[in-house]
Design a protein around this ligand. Structure first.
Ligand SMILES: [Zn+2]
Length: 164
């Protein structure tokens, strides 16, 4: 039985929230860097740095976004955003995040799952699975954070542990 832990460092979580709230009520997203380890049946992620695509004018053309959709339209552009995060924080690219602003939708949409499955099938983070964080809120003081990991035919939804 696989045991998965996702640790989200509060400084990284705060910058994700700032980036997401700034674009509200439009959905947005970005990349995450940190560390991963996989020993026996224990898979652990540490999210230590976050970039939001909406914060950079040079990446404006690589996505489309509306109040109920966020889609990356340029995989190469997205790879360059990830590279920027790797250079900024000096850590590995471990996954992506996106927001559901002013929404009670705490889970990934069918399209979100399709995108995550695509990353998994491409082996983009191999031997690790891709990690995805969803932030949704109805009011900004009441946010919900969930972590998703796709493994074969399964999607695991995990509540990240916030590390101060
Ligand atoms: Zn979504």
């Amino acid at each position: 039985m696989l045991n998965v832990n996702v640790n989200f460092f509060s400084s990284a979580l705060n910058s994700l929230k700032i980036s997401a709230f700034k674009q509200s009520p439009i959905e947005t997203g970005g990349v995450m860097v940190g560390t991963r380890s996989w020993h026996d049946d224990n898979l652990e992620f540490n999210i230590l740095g976050v970039l939001g695509v909406g914060d950079f004018t040079e990446f404006k053309h690589i996505y489309t976004a509306s109040p109920n959709e966020f889609i990356c339209t340029d995989r190469l552009g997205w790879a360059n955003l990830a590279l920027k995060a790797v250079k900024t924080f000096g850590m590995s690219y471990i996954g992506d995040w996106h927001s559901h602003p002013e929404s009670s939708l705490t889970h990934l949409s069918r399209r979100d799952i399709h995108g995550l499955a695509k990353q998994y099938n491409l082996g983009q983070f191999a031997p690790f699975p891709p990690l995805h964080i969803l932030l949704n809120w109805q009011t900004t003081i009441d946010c919900n954070i969930s972590a998703y990991i796709i493994l074969g035919d399964f999607i695991l939804c995990i509540e990240p542990r916030i590390i101060d």
